[in-house]
Design a protein around this ligand. Structure first.
Ligand code: B12
Ligand code: SF4
Length: 450
């Protein structure tokens, strides 16, 4: 999928600066191609190790690196070891200062604002994706952040239970320029502000687009919302069910999932309006065992979910979950995301009820079973998942093509195993300081640095 952050950063970069974009997932980076500055986004904690490897390969060539993204925001001091400069938080309102400082030869070590920028006023530059082998869908943002406080979620750490929203007119103007058959609104929770979401869906109707997004389940009890979803072209929603065990939900501060009659009512409401459900489940909370995994599977199969994710619970740094696991002495690695012995698809802590390896195996078997042909046939649901020939084809394609992914992602190393040697740390002349700097304080970059 096209990554949005690089396109936003490209859009924020002055036009006279030449940009080349490489996606490490799909192509080889030409490390020896001359460049003045390298800009890396470490979107997930799971990609931090790879981001540091890439930075090291450029450092060997004496090329300075600026890094930003979610992991950098959560672990700034660590990231600052591997980049000449880091940007904490959102790029809007800071990126022009980085560029200006670099041009003036006085790049700071840390860029951070003391408030969240307004979401808007930027142009997403999708020209950087030209000629690259991405899926025919486009990411568009309408809001960032979420007002809930689920204990495992990095969103609440990064955005402090708040949501910023883009002016609808800007999002609509962007949508009109996109020619892809499917839009993904990559908001963390498109219903965090339900009333604004509804007004946005009303404005979407004339555009006649097809879209998917992610939302919290509380919205599925609001009839007006459900009607507007359908009318505005919603094809499906990713929803965090997380667990079918109420104690697990309470533990993760997600008791709201069970309100208004709970899952059965919510699922029935969504299906009545023809909305496909991609159910997200977490495996590894205190009550998890073979029985809870089986119950979640039975629930998702009985209700003919379009697809599911059975992700193992991962304590991401900065989350309440991480702090709790650390305080309880349950983390198996100092920093799992940097440890060469940690593998994606494994649980980096000791679960309470069921041994770790057993839980990993059970989750893997559940994935394989859920995406097996008998389960796919059971979940066809002609009123929702397979409404016409094209949608039936997509349903089968997504479910069947999940198989190689499930196999490949199991025990997948973080970072590139072909990378030999240590990560090379950046040498800094300034101490690491977290003081926020308001963008407005900038006069000329070098004045400020002195
Ligand atoms: C879309 C998405 C995906 C897509 C990514 C597709 C793609 N090509 O981009 C897919 C489905 C693949 C995915 C997978 C996963 N994801 Co995801 N994903 C998202 C989501 C919803 C949106 C990302 C996005 O585009 N946001 C919009 C852009 C504009 O925001 P941004 O990336 O943060 O960038 C801004 C700033 O961070 C900053 N910035 C970013 N980079 C840089 C670089 C520089 C130099 C500068 C200056 C600034 C800067 O500027 C940008 C504009 O302000 C985010 C939630 C979120 N809010 O980001 C979760 C999120 C990033 N994902 C998350 C997770 C956990 C995962 C998985 C690990 C889930 C799993 N268990 O498998 C996997 C990991 C896959 C992997 N390869 O490692 C977590 C990450 C938590 C963490 N600490 O790592 C997030 C935050 C969601 C959450 N609820 O916590 N994900
Ligand atoms: S509802 Fe979703 S985005 Fe919001 S805090 Fe919970 S998991 Fe994170």
């Amino acid at each position: 999928m096209e990554p949005l952050a690089p396109a936003i950063i490209a859009g924020l970069t002055p036009k006279e600066i030449e940009i080349e974009f490489y996606d490490d997932r799909t192509e080889k980076i030409p490390y020896d191609r001359p460049t003045d500055l390298v800009v890396i986004t470490a979107i997930q904690t799971t990609s931090a190790r790879r981001a540091y490897q890439i930075a090291s390969l450029y450092r060997q060539r004496q090329i300075p690196v600026v890094m930003g993204g979610f992991h950098v925001t959560l672990m700034p001091e660590e990231a600052s070891d591997y980049a000449e400069a880091i940007v904490i938080g959102e790029a809007e309102g800071l990126w022009s200062n980085v560029i200006e400082d670099f041009q003036n030869g006085c790049l700071r070590r840390v860029y951070k604002r003391n408030s969240r920028p307004k979401l808007g006023g930027f142009q997403v530059d999708r020209s950087i994706f030209q000629g690259k082998p991405y899926l025919p869908l486009a990411f568009v943002e309408v809001g960032r952040g979420c007002h809930f406080k689920c204990d495992f979620c990095s969103i609440q750490t990064a955005f402090g239970n708040s949501q910023s929203r883009r002016p609808h007119a800007e999002a609509l103007a962007e949508l009109k320029k996109i020619e892809k058959p499917l839009i993904v609104f990559c908001d963390d929770n498109i219903t965090s502000n339900l009333e604004r979401a509804k007004s946005f869906f009303k404005e979407l109707i004339p555009l006649k687009i097809r879209w998917v997004s992610q939302c919290s389940i509380n919205a599925a009890h609001d009839e007006e919302f459900l009607e507007l979803l359908k009318a505005s072209g919603c094809q499906g929603l990713l929803i965090g069910f997380e667990s079918v065990h109420p104690d697990n939900l309470k533990r993760m501060d997600k008791g709201f999932n069970l309100m208004n009659g709970g899952y059965e009512v919510a699922v029935e409401n969504l299906h009545r309006h023809g909305i496909r459900i991609y159910g997200m489940f977490l495996v590894g909370y205190d009550e998890d065992s073979a029985e809870t995994i089986q119950s979640a599977m039975d629930f998702a199969t009985k209700h003919k979910f379009y697809a599911i994710a059975f992700n193992h619970l991962t304590p991401f740094p900065g989350t309440a979950l991480y702090d709790r696991m650390k305080a309880e002495g349950r983390l198996l690695f100092d920093r799992w995301w940097l440890d060469p012995n940690y593998r994606y698809g494994s649980i980096p802590f000791e679960p309470k009820k069921t041994p770790r390896e057993e839980l990993e195996q059970l989750a893997h078997e559940a994935r394989v079973k859920f995406f097996s042909l008998p389960s796919i046939l059971k979940r066809m649901n002609f009123g929702v998942n397979c409404t016409d020939g094209l949608m039936t084809l997509s349903f089968f394609a997504l479910n069947i093509f999940s198989h190689p992914g499930i196999r490949r992602r199991r025990n997948y190393p973080l970072g590139d195993e072909a990378y030999k040697g240590e990560l090379i740390k950046a040498v800094h002349s300034q101490p690491f300081r977290l003081d926020p700097i308001e963008a407005l304080e900038w006069t000329t970059a070098c004045d400020r640095a002195s």
